[in-house]
Design a protein around this ligand. Structure first.
Ligand SMILES: C[S@@+](CC[C@H](N)C(=O)[O-])C[C@H]1O[C@@H](n2cnc3c(N)ncnc32)[C@H](O)[C@@H]1O
Length: 231
């Protein structure tokens, strides 16, 4: 076969490209098409590696949602949650319902003006962010702009519910230290207001450290705070 005389553009594809034949030739994994088979498998391995090394969090959640082997066992947490709701004995049914409710798992970077990328989901009634912002933001100014970035994902009047560590400079996991922006209650409150939120509820509670997983230098007592704020 010869090189086409002119470049085969969209219209040429509309008239001449047969997807069924193409798929048979390149994706049938037939032994008579060894080169195509090896090429496809190699591409899939690269894609798998790329996605699993960049999106560990999403991958972990997907495993649980699809009830796959090796998924984290959330059973004790789910049971405790439904105990609070008064449905402890129905936890298994509720867990299944919860799995089905999740429509999509998307990556998010709070430091970006569009945290979910150019294809943002529809504005939300409520966003929950747990112990993320202080780990994602190196400085108070970044923390403030991260709050503004998140606010773009909310409907007018929507709520941000967040748990923030106060007075912490790092935490450890799997023998690795991760930085934490050391924040005080007033700084968090001011950042919320500067980002256009109105603080509806906040509660500061002590975190009883019984191991060396967190370091607290900023305050005499380790504190965690929870906020519910509306736009
Ligand atoms: C201490 S973990 C908190 C995990 C969990 N939300 C919880 O409540 O235990 C910090 C999380 O922040 C996420 N993170 C770090 N930088 C981020 C960023 N720029 N945007 C969004 N999330 C980020 C990390 O991937 C990690 O899952």
């Amino acid at each position: 076969m010869e090189v086409p005389a002119i470049f085969t553009e969209a219209e040429f594809y509309q008239q001449n490209f047969d997807p069924q034949e193409y798929l048979k030739e390149f994706y049938s994994m037939s032994s008579s098409r060894e080169g195509a088979r090896a090429f496809m498998m190699q591409n899939l391995r690269i894609l798998h590696k790329m996605f699993s090394s960049t999106d560990w969090n999403c991958w972990e959640l997907e495993k649980w949602l699809k009830n796959k082997a090796g998924a984290f066992n959330w059973e004790p947490v789910v049971k405790y949650f439904y105990e609070l709701e008064g449905y402890r004995e129905k936890w298994a049914k509720k867990q299944e319902k919860l799995r089905k409710k999740v429509k999509q798992v998307l990556k998010c970077d709070v430091t970006k003006a569009k945290p979910m990328g150019p294809m943002s989901p529809p504005p939300a009634d409520c966003i929950i962010s747990m112990l993320c912002l202080e780990g994602a933001c190196k400085e108070l100014a970044t923390f403030c702009s991260a709050l503004r970035n998140i606010s773009t994902l909310l409907k007018p009047g929507g709520h941000l519910v967040t748990v923030t560590a106060l007075g912490d400079t790092y935490y450890t996991s799997n023998k690795q230290a991760f930085s934490c922006l050391c924040l005080q209650k007033q700084e968090v409150e001011e950042a919320m207001v500067a980002a256009g939120f109105e603080v509806k509820f906040s509660e500061v509670q002590p975190y009883m450290v019984d191991d060396d997983h967190v370091d607290v230098r900023g305050v005499p007592l380790p504190m965690w705070t929870m906020w519910s704020v509306g736009l």
